[in-house]
Write a new protein. Structure first.
Ligand code: DP6
Length: 329
């Protein structure tokens, strides 16, 4: 018999080789391979309760009803699970994030991963991380990676082939001393979300085809750096990935500039730490102004202090490799 309540935790992740662009928008398949690390302690916890007689799915985020478009996205995931499970019961979804949504770490990745895991559990589908990752991917491709812990790859998809799930590369213990220091910078204008941003890149950038062609080579370097635990291999590759992605965003019509003055200052701070102080630290950015520095635990305090002192940085957060989906109730 299926349970009527399930609670699942998932963590945010940061892409070291970026996903940007889709090979199939309907199935939400990535056009390029991406590699990530799942982050402790950036946790979304989601509880789903099946409620007989409920007319529509409900979604509470941080205790308050979510925006209608967010609820619709959640209901779509639940609808797919209901179809597979042969259930008509609607659900109440409650989700909380342990980290602020404006922290520069995407809560949608941990959110849809936790939702996929909890939905499969509550509707009585088998415990299958591959199926959970595919379900999460259809909602948001970066969420497919948060289903798994440690170091993860999401391959590019061929149009029409829905069978694309995240692949485990290494568990968190493979490189437990890797650190991500997030420099949260002042918010200026509202950013273009990743979905719209990558759509614009795909439609209007003259360089999109070159990005798709070159991304597998960057991903291979990131994969090697992770396998060999070599920051001197991983670092340049992850910087290449994020810089190429942002160059693509800049080359759209109209241009998409995610950087604030404080982002540039933080990137310079990372470069200075590396070039003049010999610290092995490398920067990455996503579809927002925050700068994320990758370094070893031994350099974490120095990197965090330097970034905290960088002009316009509001605060710093530190994350390390963490686990994938966890059923906690
Ligand atoms: C810059 O996963 O949010 O964070 O699949 O359209 O929901 P959708 O996009 P999303 O894009 C994430 C883009 C990124 C890079 C990455 O995480 O790989």
């Amino acid at each position: 018999m299926s349970e009527t309540t399930a609670t699942v935790r998932a963590r945010a992740n940061i892409a070291l080789a970026k996903y940007w662009g889709k090979s199939d928008a309907a199935l939400n398949l990535p056009a390029v391979p991406s590699l990530s690390v799942t982050l402790e302690p950036m946790i979304t916890e989601t509880t789903i309760t099946l409620v007989p007689g409920l007319a529509h799915d409900e979604f509470l985020l941080g205790g308050a009803p979510a925006a209608p478009e967010e609820t619709a996205r959640v209901a779509r995931v639940l609808g797919e699970v209901r179809a597979e499970a042969g259930s008509a019961l609607r659900a109440r979804v409650r989700s909380t994030n342990s980290f602020p949504t404006a922290s520069g770490l995407a809560s949608s990745a941990s959110g849809f991963a936790a939702l996929a895991g909890a939905a499969r559990a509550v509707y009585g589908l088998p415990d299958d991380l591959r199926r959970a990752s595919i379900l999460a991917r259809r909602a948001s491709a970066s969420a497919a990676r948060s289903v798994l812990g440690g170091f993860v790859e999401l391959p590019a998809g061929r149009p029409g082939d829905d069978d694309v799930a995240a692949i485990p590369l290494h568990p968190p213990e493979h490189w437990p001393t890797l650190r991500l220091v997030v420099a949260v910078v002042s918010e200026g204008r509202k950013d273009v979300g990743s979905r719209d941003g990558m759509g614009l890149s795909q439609r209007t950038s003259p360089y999109f085809a070159a990005w798709v062609e070159g991304a597998p080579r960057i991903a291979a370097e990131v994969r090697r750096g992770l396998a060999e635990r070599r920051l001197d291999v991983l670092g340049p590759a992850l910087e290449h990935s994020f810089a190429a992605m942002h160059a693509l965003a800049l080359s759209t019509s109209p241009p998409t500039l995610y950087w604030q003055p404080a982002s540039v200052a933080a990137l310079r701070t990372v470069q200075r730490l590396r070039d003049t102080e010999g610290v092995s630290v490398f920067a990455t950015m996503d579809a927002g102004p925050h700068v994320k520095a990758v370094c070893e635990a031994a350099d974490e305090e120095r990197v965090a202090a330097a970034l905290a002192a960088s002009p316009g940085v509001l605060r710093t957060l530190v994350a390390r490799p963490g686990p994938g989906l966890e059923r906690v109730g």
